[in-house]
Design a binder for this molecule. Structure first.
Ligand code: FAD
Ligand code: SF4
Length: 511
């Protein structure tokens, strides 16, 4: 062996230029690491999905004639961390150099950049993202507020997607106003059945218990997430055919009435994308092809989807790298409250939160609006410590890797970056949930009430949040106007709302 090449768990890109040639002097190393199972408490399905996908990737590489060494948690139990493992493998193989793909997480990037091995090491690109790594600083500056829409338009032009010359297809860049529909009872039957796989993971689960890996969430039966390229492609085709026709329209919808169709019109492609089983351009191409071929997919649907992949996904990565390190400790509102204990059980009388959390524990998945406007908004309103909020999101979701989790959680949902990523905090009362969902009809609480014993907690917590931060938020052009309705209420009414919020905060574990 002259070269050892490290492949991390989220670097499963079979099209990487590394694999164009076979070389018997190159040994690929894929390893289940204790440091990766322990840096946060992960969902059991997340650990299983990563390990199963890593193993499948190593088998594919071997079948293609590459030399691969796959190490399980048993094999790596004696080594302290990744650098120690690399040195051990260099000693065992006599490799003269180490090559690795640049990690997408600052934590791992720093660890690999700072290690001192007995042989030289050389990073290269992962060849995954659409915006090249060394161009990030041309679009994103540290401590500067950016807007997704500006970045997205540049990306549309750069990649010539949904364009007519230099103009956006159909004349508009953004069709959001046509979307944002709630699901009505008549729509329930049109929600597609999710495509679920049945990957056996018993051996992995045995290993996790043997090594006492502490996890959250549940896994009953085989793993339903895609763990290889073939499954990832099937899921992409399923999305284009069944979900894309309603994607934009119902992107923000929430429902408790479709327990077996829990992902609604969403793609569930984030795990396959974030592990790099799928390339973002492959996903965009497939979706745009489906739009061109299928009359049932209108422009508002495809534009909404392209914006997520070409816009949001690349944008949050830019914000992450421009502001790391340091972004992970930002706490604009100086929030320090603990999350309620029911974030780990779903055991709350609040129907919206009960549904979002139980579903997350059951499937390691919640769609964007569940993450942003249900759990995220609740954490924001109560003033939850962003460290704790981050750890929860980073652990529970199948797709959670820091470069994408952190800006979404700390930035978008908690506004802890003070507006670098988003122009306003996503604060909302029960009214928003009532408009976008059917939860309130089944809820123990009354969404119309603010101060009574059974008043929806979000209503008073919303005003408590707005009142706590009134100096700053009253000046924000996107939300300042809501203070008019607050200021117009008699003092006694405002006091009653704040008293109800304080009661909720004091009894948060039993809400
Ligand atoms: P769809 O709704 O079908 O969207 C399609 C794809 O667009 C996704 O697969 C994803 O790749 C991309 N996308 C959409 N929105 C975003 C976004 N805001 N940022 C980045 N990519 C986006 N996404 C993660 O991949 N990992 C995370 O750890 C993560 N944490 C989040 C935490 C919070 C608080 C919030 C509000 C959002 C988070 N997101 C995260 C973004 C988004 O919610 C998920 O990408 C999405 O729900 C994944 O499900 P899907 O594949 O069905 O997405
Ligand atoms: Fe959620 Fe309030 Fe509606 Fe209950 S009433 S589901 S707590 S918004």
């Amino acid at each position: 062996t002259h070269t050892l090449r490290l492949i991390l768990g989220d670097q499963l890109n079979a099209d990487h230029s590394w694999f164009r040639q076979r070389d018997d002097g190159v040994l690929y190393l894929i390893a289940e690491l204790h440091q990766e199972t322990g840096y946060v408490r992960h969902h059991i399905q997340k650990v299983c999905a990563f390990f199963a996908a890593m193993k499948a990737f190593s088998e594919t590489l071997s079948q293609d004639g590459h030399r691969v060494r796959y190490l399980t948690l048993d094999d790596t139990a004696g080594v302290d961390d990744l650098p120690a493992l690399l040195q051990q493998q260099i000693d065992q193989t006599g490799a003269l150099q180490l090559e690795y793909q640049r990690p997408d997480e600052y934590r791992l990037l720093a660890q690999l950049a700072d290690m001192s091995l007995s042989v030289p090491s050389q990073p290269c690109d992962t060849e995954h993202f659409l915006l090249p790594f060394d161009e990030i600083d041309r679009h994103f500056q540290r401590d500067k507020a950016h807007r997704m829409e500006t970045f997205y338009r540049k990306m549309r032009q750069r990649f010539d997607l949904l364009m007519e010359g230099n103009k956006p297809l159909g004349g508009k860049w953004n069709y959001d106003p046509l979307n944002r529909h709630a699901l009505k009872p008549g729509d329930w039957d049109s929600i597609p059945q999710p495509l679920l796989f049945a990957n056996p993971v018993d051996e992995i689960i045995d290993r996790l218990s043997r090594h006492r890996v502490d996890t959250i969430g549940t896994l009953s039966g085989p793993l339903l997430w895609p763990v290889n390229r073939e499954q990832a492609r099937q899921l992409l085709a399923h999305f284009c055919h069944h979900c894309l026709p309603g994607f934009g329209r119902f992107q923000d919808a929430l429902t408790g009435q479709a327990p077996h169709r829990w992902s609604l019109f969403h793609a569930r492609l984030s795990f396959a994308l974030n592990t790099k089983l799928l390339h973002p351009m492959e996903v965009l191409d497939a979706a745009i092809r489906a739009f061109k071929q299928n009359d049932g997919i209108d422009l508002a649907q495809i534009e909404g989807f392209v914006r997520q992949i070409l816009g949001w996904r690349e944008y949050v990565r830019g914000i992450y790298w421009a502001n790391m390190p340091g972004y992970e400790t930002r706490n604009h509102f100086a929030a320090h409250r603990a999350l309620p204990s029911w974030f780990w059980t779903g055991d709350t009388k609040m129907a919206c939160l009960h549904h979002a959390i139980s579903q997350s524990l059951e499937y390691a998945y919640a769609h964007h609006i569940q993450r942003l406007m249900v759990t995220g908004t609740f954490a924001l309103l109560i003033g939850a410590d962003p460290d704790e909020v981050d750890a929860w999101y980073l652990g529970i979701y199948i797709d959670a890797i820091e470069w994408v989790e952190l800006p979404n959680t700390r930035g978008m949902s908690q506004y802890a970056d003070g507006g670098l990523l988003a122009s306003k905090p996503y604060a909302a009362s029960g009214n928003y949930i009532n408009k976008m969902s059917d939860y309130c009809q089944q809820c123990h609480y009354d969404v119309k009430a603010k101060t009574t014993e059974n008043a929806c907690p979000l209503n008073s917590l919303y005003w408590h949040f707005m009142d706590r931060h009134d100096r700053e938020l009253a000046r924000n052009p996107r939300i300042g106007m809501v203070y008019r309705s607050w200021d117009n209420q008699p003092q006694s009414q405002r006091d009653a709302v704040l008293a109800r919020a304080n009661w909720c905060l004091e009894h948060i574990d039993s809400l």
